[in-house]
Design a protein around this ligand. Structure first.
Ligand code: F6P
Length: 323
């Protein structure tokens, strides 16, 4: 294998640039050439492919976002789109792919491999941390710290006004961000999609005035919680606790940007570098991850179909500390 293409796809996450850099520098170490595909699968279809040298990835490790841009491509869902993409990769002489992204990225890569046989290795890039086959995804640590910083600031004003704040963090289908930022931010309640009884727990807590020692409260809600988003949960809460002075704050895309943390830069560097070494060693149709601090390889099929469950011990801790 002499030429590798790298792309970022799906929602961006801080550390993607560090991962691109690691791919390019590792390939150069083995005297292999790298091209970058812009805007993920859409750029593959549109033939938006650029050379990527070591010089091109200088001075990017500290930036959030992705120099290759990203997209969620509808055209890649069609056979016609994928055929176009395959022809473009063939003309560019691409023999292997590194796909940085989340579940949708892996799904596209698996279909593409099964249809056209171009070997690919995925690296987990999403702030949601919801990918099987890795303890942490690239961007999660930075996003959790960004959410925590916001929670700390809101806590000041919540305290001054004796208010109950419902703070919504990202996480369409998962509560990792909510759980981590919630515990670290000393939240009195944490609502995550994985636990169905979390709202009931919150109700019981507020119905027990002896257990509440503060006059203000921080409740962290994952955007995909089964009770609804933060506004919906807050409305429900207000019906029962109508004396409470309630406010809602949705952190939104602020969690997706910003300079990557130490942990994310190291994780991204390890995974980008391993992805290249995997390709050169004949690994295909699989993704890399870090489990118990070791690099592991998981077939796409398994990573896509198995779900990573929330850490039950951390959840229990959150209950103990907020009760
Ligand atoms: O998957 C990452 C994520 O940030 C989710 O937490 C969120 O629901 C979604 O992307 C938002 O996507 P978009 O940027 O397309 O609105």
């Amino acid at each position: 294998m002499n030429k590798i293409a790298v792309m970022t796809s799906g929602g961006d996450s801080p550390g993607m640039n560090a991962c691109i850099r690691a791919v390019v520098r590792t390939a150069a170490f083995y005297n292999k050439e790298v091209v970058g595909i812009k805007r993920g699968y859409q750029g593959m279809i549109d033939n938006d492919i650029i050379p990527l040298s070591v010089k091109d990835v200088a001075n990017i490790i500290q930036y959030g976002g992705t120099i290759l841009k990203t997209a969620r491509s509808k055209d890649f869902h069609t056979k016609e789109g994928r055929l176009k993409a395959f022809h473009n990769l063939q003309s560019a002489g691409v023999e292997g792919l590194v796909c940085i992204g989340g579940n949708g990225t892996y799904t596209g890569a698996e279909i593409f491999y099964n249809e056209f046989g171009i070997p690919s290795v995925g690296a987990p890039g999403t702030i949601d941390n919801d990918l099987y086959g890795t303890d942490y995804t690239i961007g999660f640590d930075t996003a959790a710290n960004t959410a925590l910083d916001a929670i700390d600031r809101i806590r000041d004003t919540a305290d001054s006004h004796n208010r109950v704040f419902f703070i919504e963090v990202m996480g369409r289908d998962s509560g990792f961000l909510a759980l981590y930022a919630g515990i670290a931010g000393g939240a009195e309640g944490i609502l995550v999609p994985e636990i169905f009884t979390d709202y009931e727990g919150l109700r019981q807590h507020f119905n027990n005035p002896e257990r509440r020692i503060k006059d203000f409260s921080i409740i962290v809600v994952a955007e995909g919680d089964t009770e609804g988003n933060a506004f919906e949960v807050a409305d429900k809460f207000k019906l029962e606790f109508n004396q409470a002075d309630v406010r809602v704050s949705v952190l939104g895309h602020i969690q997706r940007g910003g300079k990557p943390s130490v942990n994310d830069r190291i994780l991204a560097s390890r995974l980008g570098s391993s992805a290249v070494e995997c390709l050169l060693n004949g690994v295909k149709n699989s993704c890399v991850g870090v489990v118990n601090n070791d690099i592991i390889i998981t077939p796409y099929n398994e990573a896509i179909n198995k779900s990573k469950s929330i850490d039950k011990n951390l959840w229990r801790l959150s209950q103990i500390l907020s009760s």
